[in-house]
Design a protein around this ligand. Structure first.
Ligand code: C2E
Ligand code: SIN
Ligand code: SIN
Ligand code: SIN
Ligand code: FE
Length: 348
């Protein structure tokens, strides 16, 4: 344990040093001036500080106050050494943060006992803090573990959807990525961007409930088949409904509303404008853009530039103009990420 003694009297310092130096496991540093004491306290962590009261520069009360203001000394025992035992001074010292008092002239046995007790207190403080820090690390790691597992389940579900929908070659992970980039450019908080990133892969989960004959049809869908196909949004919302986590609730919103259109001509609700949840407005753009760039049983892949122009041209009709503007601002980033992004990422 390290003890700092600040006293402007060399003889006091020598005496205190001698009395305390005979205790086991103690390392002592002495300072003749309060300013040097503050500097020493800042340079190293002490476990106990003894301050004289009457000193030039500042008195012990002031020194105590300044030490207490330092986060590293918020709970370190500080003992005031004084020959003034007036209640008024004690009150001031306690208000400044002093832990205890030692009266001059010194009684070495009393001094040693006092210091031992205070160092034991300090030791207990440190052990408690270590334990709290250890617990905090454990909780953080357990939480991290849970979050990783939640993400893993999302990506595995997304993989299942991709199997069902025919190999769409990483469509869901690109939709997730593009959606989170748009969300970031719109100024949504990092937490909401993360929610969108993890919920977007489930936007077409309802396709699980669509018959193969419709889902995998090589050509254009009939009006009847289109009606069946469009049920994927309601089926998806039903699969995800009343989630207990914000992630599942976000995924439900997206599954339900990603085919709504800004002008109110989408499905299933024909809702318009900001009545459409922002998460769904964002994912709608990422979904259509990536569907255009991809080959489907019913269509060829479009060149990326043509898909970009299509999205831009649908601003204000199909899409929220603010979201399209965000997509356009993020374009260099989106283009760069598309080249490097892996198909459906799995947490290992
Ligand atoms: P998807 O293939 O993932 O396409 C998602 C959305 O991207 C479509 O929603 C549509 O808004 C847009 N999109 C895809 N390809 C094109 C295109 O060539 N031109 C234009 N303008 N937009 C395109 P939508 O139309 O509500 O379709 C939802 C899902 O229904 C599609 O998901 C796909 O699985 C299926 N689907 C739609 N039309 C057909 C079709 O003619 N034949 C087949 N077999 N499936 C279709
Ligand atoms: C001194 O030692 O500086 C004076 C005595 C006291 O602190 O009260
Ligand atoms: C946004 O999408 O965040 C902009 C507001 C709006 O037009 O809905
Ligand atoms: C938000 O929900 O933070 C964006 C506002 C909106 O367009 O709904
Ligand atoms: Fe869809």
């Amino acid at each position: 344990m390290r003890v700092l003694i600040v006293d402007d009297s060399k003889s006091s310092l020598a005496f205190l040093g001698h009395v305390l130096g005979s205790l086991d496991g103690i390392e002592i540093q002495t300072c003749l001036r309060p300013s040097l004491g503050l500097a020493a306290a800042a340079a190293a962590q002490f476990d106990l500080v003894l301050v004289d009261n009457v000193m030039p520069e500042m008195d012990g009360v002031e020194l105590t106050r300044r030490l207490r203001a330092e986060p590293a000394y918020r709970s370190v025992p500080i003992v005031m050494v004084t020959s003034d035992i007036s209640p008024a001074l004690r009150l001031k010292a306690v208000a400044a943060g002093a832990t205890d008092f030692v009266n001059k002239p010194f009684d070495s046995t009393e001094l040693q006992a006092r210091v031992k007790n205070l160092l034991a207190l300090r030791q207990a403080q440190i052990e408690l803090a270590d334990r709290a820090a250890w617990l905090a690390r454990e909780v953080e790691s357990a939480t991290r573990h849970l979050v990783d597992r939640e993400e893993e389940i999302i990506w595995r579900l997304a993989r299942a959807i991709e199997y069902r929908d025919g190999d769409t070659g990483g469509h869901v992970s690109r939709v997730a990525l593009i959606s989170s980039l748009i969300a970031g450019a719109l100024g949504l908080s990092p937490e909401r961007c993360r929610l969108i990133y993890l919920a977007a892969p489930l936007h077409d989960i309802g396709k699980i409930g669509i018959p193969d004959a419709v889902l995998g049809k090589p050509g254009k869908l009939t009006a009847e088949e289109l009606t069946v196909m469009r049920q994927h949004v309601t089926i998806g919302a039903r699969i995800l409904e009343k989630g207990s986590s914000e992630l599942v609730r976000t995924a439900e919103l997206i599954a339900q509303s990603h085919h709504e259109r800004w002008d109110g001509t989408g499905y299933p609700g024909r809702i318009a404008g900001t009545d459409i949840p922002i998460e769904a407005r964002i994912v709608a753009i990422a979904d259509v853009f990536d569907a255009l760039c991809s080959e489907r049983p019913y269509k060829k892949a479009w060149p990326v530039e043509a898909a970009y122009r299509e999205v831009a041209s649908l601003s204000g009709t199909h899409f929220d103009p603010a979201c399209v503007a965000a997509f356009e601002r993020m374009w260099p980033e989106i283009e760069a990420q598309l080249v490097t992004s892996d198909p459906v990422r799995l947490v290992s």
